[in-house]
Design a protein around this ligand. Structure first.
Ligand code: 13P
Length: 257
């Protein structure tokens, strides 16, 4: 399978931004900016804070825009104060969920083991998972990026079946490029995304590896998106800051189309 046959996926990660009223406003602006565009070549997702889900699902109903969440817990219910289950997200009309974002790993103690549990729970509930992996600056400087990423992919996907992999997107997000304005070069992104594909080939065989959508994330914006998305192993983007501005997000969607 070639890049052209893989589905491009552009996903916004809103992080801890926007109230429900602001979410409605932003989604309305994104829909207006994309009016009349042919979206057949690209899936577009907005991953929003939990409290915005209801407003976002209503605003995007019947349009090309899919709604995602930014995390979910691995248990179905129970004494886990502050957490949200995958089933709860499904019940609210959510279709996608980001798991293992570096901010979760960095600030909230997520490990590859908890990421793996969350991935499996989300898939079992019927969600599509955007699994984030990425190296720290020190790791890149030490020359161990490919080992780190390969290990993350292997642990995070332990026990995920080939059939379930149809609902998994992998996002390569170098931690040093997130929110810093310093993106990986297109060649660096392509090399690591290619390495992820090689790891998937080891785990699941070459056909599945070739069919899996792999995104780049980390300071992707309206200016650098075309070059990054033009790379053979980069099938889409996971976008933070630029996803909060309808015109910039629209430029990135257009580049992916
Ligand atoms: P920025 O695009 O703001 O660098 O964030 C990237 C990111 O973390 C998306 O998940």
């Amino acid at each position: 399978m070639k890049k052209e046959t893989r589905k491009a996926v552009i996903a916004g990660n809103w992080k801890m931004n926007k109230t429900p009223a602001e979410a409605t406003e932003l989604i309305t602006a994104i829909l207006q900016a994309n009016e009349g565009a042919d979206n057949s070549g690209c899936t577009v997702v907005a991953c929003v804070p939990y409290v915005d889900i209801d407003a976002a699902v209503k605003a995007a109903k019947g349009t090309f825009l899919k709604i995602g969440a930014e995390n979910c817990h691995w248990e179905k219910s129970g004494a886990y104060t502050g957490e949200i289950s995958a089933d709860m997200l499904v019940a609210c009309g959510v279709e996608y969920v980001i798991i293992g974002h570096s901010e979760r790993r960095q600030y909230f103690g997520e490990t590859d083991l908890t990421v793996n549990r969350r991935v499996k729970a989300a898939l079992e509930a019927g969600l599509k998972v955007i699994l984030c992996v990425g190296e720290l600056l020190e790791q890149r400087e030490q020359g161990i990026t490919s080992e780190i990423i390969s290990m993350q992919v292997k642990i995070d996907l332990a026990g995920v079946t080939a059939e379930q992999m149809e609902n998994v997107i992998i996002a390569y997000e170098p931690v040093w490029a997130i929110g810093t304005g310093k993106n990986a070069t297109a060649d660096e992104a392509d090399e690591v995304c290619g390495g992820i594909r090689a790891t998937l080939a080891q785990l699941y065989g070459p056909a599945l590896a070739e069919a899996t959508t792999i995104q780049y994330g980390g300071s992707m914006n309206a200016k650098n998106c075309a070059e990054l998305l033009g790379k053979v192993n980069v099938d889409g983007g996971l976008i933070g800051g630029a996803a909060l501005k309808a015109p910039d997000f629209t430029t990135i969607i257009s580049a992916a189309r």
